[in-house]
Ligand binder design. Sequence first.
Ligand SMILES: Cc1cc2nc3c(=O)[nH]c(=O)nc-3n(C[C@H](O)[C@H](O)[C@H](O)COP(=O)(O)O)c2cc1C
Length: 184
Amino acid sequence: MRNISLNEVIKNRKTVYPREFTGNEIPYETVTDILESALYAPTHRRTEPWFFRVYRNESKEKLCELINKIDDKKYPKIKLNKFIDKVNLSDTVVAVFMKRDKKESVPEWEEIAAVAMSVQNMWLTSYVNNVGSYWSTPSFKDEYAKLLNIDKNEKSLGFFFMGSYKHKIINKVREGIEMKVKWV
Ligand SMILES: Cc1cc2nc3c(=O)[nH]c(=O)nc-3n(C[C@H](O)[C@H](O)[C@H](O)COP(=O)(O)O)c2cc1C
């Protein structure tokens, strides 16, 4: 595990695309640690609106089978095939979902925000464990969710791809604090 400050982790975390994955296996325990970190995101009224389906090893084929069932008149085959290529290049693909509680105790956007924070937790935990990761939110994610027959209070929020990669620090370009913060 990389031993650096939280600030450095936040600033150096980055998207690593599946084409950059080396194909080396990520230990099961590391994948579990990454998933577990997702569960500690903040959640209004403690609804814990996240849930995940993990595709690894042979079960990646199940994800590809589902994607192959998506109507290619609605979504070009080339796009679906590109997604399948990314699945095959990855060690693990985590499908990310949001589930609202029956009472809809908090607005939907808060639940989506909470799930996004759980994804950020996974992203940061991946980074410190030398795991490359990438959040993909393809336009056909709702079609994928329909094929799973998920409940109407549930929603797909895309896929978190993970793979081993060769780490190098990049110079991340972000607008500075003076552009984004107004001190009042
Ligand atoms: C909600 C969300 C959805 C995203 N969906 C996609 C996506 O569908 N395809 C993609 O290439 N990147 C996607 N990304 C990743 C961004 O492209 C990436 O975070 C951005 O380029 C900044 O790079 P960094 O993660 O290295 O800082 C998504 C990021 C977020 C936060």
